[in-house]
Design a protein around this ligand. Sequence first.
Ligand code: DMJ
Length: 665
Amino acid sequence: MYPVYYDSAPRRDFISVMVSKEPPEPPSKRRQSCRRMWNRLSRLQRTIICAILVVGAMSGLYIANGLMNELPDDKDTLSQRHQVFPNDNVVHVMDQRHPGKDTEANQRRDSNNDKDGEDQKLHFEQQERGKGIMEREEKTKVKPKIADAVMQPEVKVQKENVMGNQEEDEGIGAAGGNLEVNEEKKTKVQIKDGADAGGDVQVPVPNMEGGMAAQTAQQKAVVEAFKHAWKGYKQYAWGHDELKPISKAASDWFGLGLTIVDSLDTMWIMGLMEEFEEARRWVEKDLVLKKNVDVNLFETTIRVLGGLLSAFHLSNDGLFLEKARELGDRLMPCFNSPSKIPYSDVNLDTGKAHPPRWGPDSTTSEVTSIQLEFRELSHQTGNDKYKKAVDEVMDHIQSLPKENGLIPIFVNARSGQFRAGATITVGARGDSYYEYLLKQWLQTGKSEDKLRDEYVAAIEGMQKNLVRSTAANGLKFIGELVRGSFSPKMDHLVCFLPGTLAIGHHNGLDPSHLELAKELAKTCYQMYADMPTGLSPEIAYFNIQNPGKPDIEVKNADTHNLLRPETVESLFYLYRLTGDQQYRDWGWKIFQAFEKYTKVPGGGYSSIGSVKDTKNPRFRDKMESFFLGETLKYLFLLFSDDPNLLSLDKYVFNTEAHPLPIWRP
Ligand code: DMJ
């Protein structure tokens, strides 16, 4: 019988047969002539031939025995080495540690991981008590099992362009791991004037106050959710930007492993050190930045540059700073524009920068929400060029005329002017401009009063021009100015604002800011609670005229939920700063709704098409990197009892939830 090969067509063996034209001799004649030849041989010759035959037979037996021991038995071959998924055309070569189904072995592996997690936590608690770094170094030197290192699962990949179109491109990827972590190879980076570190940094040292404190039951549930999301990503999308959890495939936007880099600090904060080390190895080996791809300056800055800088701060591992510096350099050509306003896109290899493909202008919130990261890069590398570039953007924007501190959402990189008549909103394309005014002021130890004044003026402008209440229940919300007219439309994106207002108040700004924060947080929560699934739509319209109608209306085009973080982000800030349990209760309800309607069996969470339809919320087959980078991180922090875990007096979070240190004045 032929052996069975599962990764190719059955192999065929052939026997070659010599065909003679002469008729074959009858067997009896052949036997007679053999005997005659044997009789003609001398005794010595016969002895030699016998000896050769005996030695040959013994060697044959020995080799055959060895081969039998080498060959896997059929069961091994089937169950562990290769597995064909019934709904796929692709043959997935499985990592033996991670079979596709929840086998008993897999469950055992999971419970072992939990135990490792406990060990890590205990270890960090000891560290907090000052037991030194050497012990931890040993723990974090993860030596992967051989199966870990041999192969990562092969993945199906879809490339997404900026407009969201997708091209099918199967079977790319399969990133491999290291057999050993080579500690020698950890990059040495000269840290100049670091806020928390100095000198030659080689070994990760946790430097966050209160980190790894005992977890509450709700935090543990969030950690489980993270592990579930990571499991799907790792199995089907490792090394690619995002997981498509329904089709069990990957999608690429920039091809920078967005989910890995966005998740680094979340894993650190949650104490998932094994996962963190694995991700670190990927960054070291596979995060290639010299890449012929056009990336969006803002998205790459907040997710990748922010993620790397934050990972550097938490771990003190110079690898992350070195990558951050290289990325910063590759993004810098965006600033070579006739005005000080950067182009929106740049090719990471050629350095060619340009406006977006879909129009002539840069987005205002994008060019004004890269400052925290570039300034921090200067601070850590000692090279002022990054800070200079983004400070010039802010100076230029500050010089432009505004309406009560509010800005239009488009600005041109050539003329440096706002687009006349563009919408004014605190939602998409406007949002993080306001957030970064406040946070830049905080980053430099409240030393740049100009930024604070701009922020205060903008909040006053919102109070005057954009804040309204619903007719039925007086829910306060923030609308938009579209060609000068008020529209009662609010994006879920606006829900970052309560958190920002609360931090502003915490740093001495007017009490009315905290009052507005509380009102808006209530409205944002209502956007979840009013929906049958308990999840917010992407956009809501508020009823300001008819007291007999519901407060919130959702148009059919806006019923989707992308697993966004803004509301839980604000709940975290408000709980931290007020201690009001209500914010935790709301956060828990939101978390449970994510669990119920977005969790995908087997691994991952998916954005959904309709928050109104409990029977069929329609998976959109996409797990955004910010779900791991932001949503789950803010939920974890919301349920933490420790106010010193990333203290708000020591860290400022960038708009992708990556904590960066507040500089000491
Ligand atoms: C994230 O990338 C950031 O929070 C950004 O500021 C807004 N959009 C997403 C999350 O919704």
